[in-house]
Ligand binder design. Structure first.
Ligand code: NDP
Length: 290
């Protein structure tokens, strides 16, 4: 027997989530602020609720995927959620997750926060990873239902844990994406098309990613000095060439500047003989103590 599930929010992601529940045979009720987005879902057997209240009343499991958590708070304000499990897959910060968990607990609902590590077409495939944290009983109860969206990983009962890992993964991703754009632009400035450069870049980045376990070890032990093969002073001396070449080629070096500043500061602090990873010590300084 399927689960009764309500999906609030039919943006690109909400539609993919609702379609996955429907496809797995769950009785799915959908709601969206703007009407018209439920058409194909309704044709596939979904029930469209006219109001949030009706959607929440229709199902014990309420999956929310809206633009941001301010919208989540607004949309569910004043709706009776007592006895419901709210699984919020909207992107947000750990603090927001904790605040939502507390507020829903006060209103008699169980709260699970989630992070979707997939794009909408990836939902329901092996490629999708979904991170969860918050109410363990609620997660356990709906684990199999949620598994139709993608591989579920429960990170713990502290509600902010999923958002923290989600944002940490996205932080790593944007470093990679930003670096790749600068690299494509630089190669392109010399007449090399991105499609011709991509095999070399992809292979290089994959090879560089193999450094991460060593980085992790150095970061966990706080020992940035043992086993150094490329010391920071040497890297900091070469790094300005990355900035100069962008300028020479008529490109903006903006993305490179903050990393250069941190490398220089770390060397000036007497850590030039250590590894690149020691920069994490500067990152760990609150902005007001800079
Ligand atoms: P969309 O922009 O496609 O959809 C946004 C949704 O939020 C729509 O349902 C929209 O309703 C609703 N909304 C916006 N403002 C309001 C409001 N003031 N009141 C009520 N409803 C509102 O975004 P996605 O579906 O792509 O993303 C949803 C969430 O999923 C985001 O938090 C996003 O970060 C996250 N996510 C998205 C991924 C992606 O690749 N798309 C990947 C991983 C996470 P309406 O139709 O009426 O405008």
């Amino acid at each position: 027997p399927g689960t009764n599930v309500a999906v609030l929010g039919l943006g690109a992601m909400g539609q993919a989530l609702a379609a996955a529940f429907l496809g797995a045979g769950h009785r799915t009720t959908v709601w969206n602020r703007t009407t018209g987005k439920a058409k194909s879902l309704v044709e596939g057997g979904a029930h469209e609720a006219a109001t949030v209240e009706q959607a929440v009343a229709a199902a014990p499991l309420v999956v929310v995927c809206l633009l941001d958590n301010a919208v989540v708070t607004d949309v569910l304000a004043g709706t009776d959620v007592a006895g419901r499990t709210v699984v919020n897959l909207t992107n947000g910060t750990p603090r927001q997750a904790r605040e939502l968990a507390e507020s829903f607990a006060c209103r008699g609902a169980e709260y699970v926060d989630g992070g979707i590590m997939a794009v909408p077409p990836g939902i329901g495939t092996d490629q999708a990873l979904l991170l969860y944290s918050g109410s363990q009983p609620a997660f356990d109860r709906y684990r199999d239902t949620l598994a139709v969206l993608g591989t579920p990983q429960f990170l713990g009962t502290e509600p902010g844990l999923a958002a923290l890992s989600d944002l940490a993964l996205l932080t790593g991703m944007y470093g990679l994406f930003g670096g790749a754009l600068q690299a494509f632009a630089l190669a392109g400035s010399g007449g090399v098309a991105a499609r011709d450069f991509v095999p070399m870049l992809q292979q290089w980045l994959a090879a560089m990613a193999t450094n991460l376990p060593r980085f992790a070890e150095e970061i966990d032990t706080g020992d940035y000095a043992t086993g150094v093969v490329s010391n920071l002073a040497m890297q900091a001396a070469a790094f300005p060439n990355l900035i100069h070449v962008s300028r020479e080629q008529g490109l903006r070096p903006d993305l490179l500047m903050p990393l250069h500043a941190l490398m220089t500061e770390r060397v000036a602090g007497g850590h030039g003989a250590e590894d690149f990873t020691g920069i994490v010590e500067l990152i760990r300084t609150p902005e007001e103590n800079k």
